[in-house]
Write a protein that binds this ligand. Structure first.
Ligand SMILES: Nc1ncnc2c1ncn2[C@@H]1O[C@H](COP(=O)(O)OP(=O)(O)OP(=O)(O)O)[C@@H](O)[C@H]1O
Length: 165
């Protein structure tokens, strides 16, 4: 059986990651390679557009996020209560059993609500979909009947998965 290693976001005092991801060591090497490629592409994007951020769950990338956070004055929010969400949205979040935001939600929800162009990458099942859904629901004007949010997904399967969330 392949040796298992645990990959987690760099721990911080503010954050307690809710989701842990276990990978075999070969998959981990592949992920690190992909992350290096992603970071190179990201650096190209940053050159032309400064109002973007990304993070993923490896140490280098977290530090890029922390730099961005320091520059943009954007805080990491560790509780849904502190996100200043509409009451009905907050009730819905607690109603489906979310007690506290995951790492990507602590970092990603507020920048989207504040109108920053946001690129975020995190491991599978860490709450990315809920991140942009919660932010989108917060930004929706329920009295406005026209389309206000468009979510594009590259595959039908992913679109169906997003619809479920
Ligand atoms: N803060 C939270 N607390 C508890 N459960 C959560 C939280 N956020 C998301 N979840 C649950 O975790 C699961 C994965 O969430 P989500 O689909 O948002 O992750 P994802 O990163 O988009 O996944 P994937 O990489 O597979 O697309 C879902 O069942 C979702 O309901």
């Amino acid at each position: 059986m392949a040796q298992k290693t645990e990959e987690r976001a760099k721990p911080t005092t503010e954050e307690e990651e809710d989701f842990s991801v276990t990978k075999d060591s070969n998959a981990n090497d592949e992920n690190l390679k992909e992350d290096r490629e992603f970071k190179t592409n990201w650096e190209k994007i940053v050159d032309v557009q400064c109002d973007l951020f990304f993070f993923y769950n490896f140490r280098d990338a977290i530090s890029v996020f922390e730099d961005w956070r320091a520059k943009s004055n954007c805080k990491m929010i560790c509780s849904f209560d502190d996100m200043n969400l509409h009451e009905s949205l907050l009730r819905g979040i607690y109603g489906i059993g979310f007690e506290k935001p995951s790492g990507i939600q602590q970092r990603g929800i507020m920048p989207i609500i504040q109108g920053h162009d946001t690129i975020a990458q995190a491991q599978s099942g860490t709450g990315k979909t809920a991140t942009f859904c919660i932010a989108a629901l917060q930004l929706l004007n329920v009295d406005e009947p026209s389309c206000q949010v468009l979510i594009l997904a590259p595959t039908r399967e992913l679109a169906q998965q997003i619809h479920k969330v």
